[in-house]
Design a protein around this ligand. Structure first.
Ligand SMILES: O=C(O)CCC(=O)C(=O)O
Length: 380
């Protein structure tokens, strides 16, 4: 990890003020607290109201110390197996590198503190504004991995988070009992190295649909291993998930800066899990802070947003999602619930309605069968 001091250079003073003011706005929104249920077991309506009002919510204290330690151990194993440099098939110790030979997109690289997507046509041009790229320390590596897709095949701890009963109950409350997967990722923002993710809205397919509404493109859970701060966390423009396709270029032009004035940071302690609407305008800045941020990211959709829909082609080849394809991808939910039950037998497992009458065992065959599973991501 890079320990030399880096900052925002000419933008440092403005950035510091922005981070401070944003944090104050964030804590005035009333969209955070533990996951709470009503007496009859429903996710508390106050939580859902605040989520739909703001476009995000911070669930506090979801993951305990044991689970965080598991995630951290897997993270270290993953970092240890990354290619020695971009394009290498071996890691720094000469072993086959993580991601080598995978068919599905897996590792995303950036120059330190860079913004690989902003202002480019990549990812359907959905990141129209280039973020400020601070200067990294002279001894920083040429490129760093900041995003790993298909992450459940690399981390059983992440798979177990994916099967968390309270989070899956939230998924059902937001997207319906027959909710379906989107994709899963690890975002890694190391101090002095971590890249920006330029402002964007995630959704690509439903903006002009006659049935479009604030939930059409689903949501992502963002579980925090080390917590996240205004400096290294994701920022969201509250309410922007309900007003359609945003003109992010015009928003930045009106502000005269990419520090969007209405945005607020998602601030979390270790073990907190945010839920963020994929239609909300969101992004994150290059991490010049001394704090690491690692997000276990996983999303879910409404089944009706996906069934019979031709995907965006952003996360894998374009195709039309039929029921067998959705069922094949949703195996991961079954494996996750089983993997979690084995590690945390005292918990009451989530019962995923579409799997009624089926058995999904997390065993050696299942493990071998999920290599490149993200070729089946449901990308809308
Ligand atoms: O974690 C980040 O910095 C970006 C996350 C994001 O853009 C997403 O999950 O869509």
């Amino acid at each position: 990890m890079n320990t030399l001091t880096v900052d925002y250079g000419t933008e440092e003073a403005a950035m510091r003020a922005y981070l401070h003011e944003g944090e104050q706005r964030a804590f005035s929104l009333g969209n955070r607290g533990p996951i709470r249920f009503t007496a009859d077991g429903a996710v508390h309506p106050d939580i859902l109201d605040a989520y739909w009002r703001c476009g995000f919510y911070v669930f506090e204290g979801v993951l305990g110390a044991d689970e965080l330690a598991d995630i951290e151990a897997d993270l270290h194993a993953i970092l240890d197996r990354l290619p020695a440099e971009k394009g290498a098939v071996l890691d720094a110790k000469g072993r086959p590198a993580l991601g080598a030979g995978q068919k599905a997109p897996t590792l995303f690289w950036s120059k330190p503190l860079g913004d690989p997507f902003g202002g480019t046509d990549l990812a359907g041009g959905r990141h129209p504004v280039k973020m400020f790229e601070p200067k990294a320390a002279a001894d920083a590596p040429k490129e760093v991995v900041y995003l790993i897709l298909g992450s459940l095949q690399f981390s059983e701890a992440a798979l177990r988070v994916y099967g968390h009963p309270a989070l899956l109950a939230v998924a059902a409350a937001v997207n319906g009992e027959d909710f379906v997967p989107f994709n899963e990722a690890l975002f890694i923002k190391e101090p002095g190295l971590g890249a920006s993710v330029a402002w964007h809205q995630d959704g690509l397919t439903h903006w002009n649909s006659p049935n479009w509404d604030q939930g059409s493109h689903g949501f992502n859970f963002m579980a925090q291993l080390y917590g996240c701060t205004p400096a290294n966390g994701v920022w969201v423009v509250p309410g922007s998930h309900k007003t359609g396709k945003a003109d992010i270029r015009a928003m930045a032009a009106a502000a005269g800066t990419e520090r969007l004035p209405d945005a607020v940071p998602i601030v979390c302690k270790p073990g907190d899990v945010a839920i963020t609407n994929r239609q909300a305008v969101h992004g994150s800045f290059a991490n010049t802070s001394p704090d690491s941020r690692v997000t276990v990211n996983f999303g879910f959709h409404r089944r009706r947003s996906v069934l019979g829909v031709t995907g965006s082609g952003l996360h894998n080849g374009p195709s039309t999602y039929d029921a067998p394809r959705i069922a094949e991808r949703a195996r991961l939910i079954g494996y996750a619930i089983d993997a979690r039950a084995r590690r945390f037998p005292e918990e009451t497992s989530y019962v995923y309605a579409p799997h009624e009458g089926e058995t999904h065992r997390w065993d050696a065959d299942a493990k071998a069968g999920i290599r490149d599973y993200n070729l089946l991501d449901l990308s809308i």
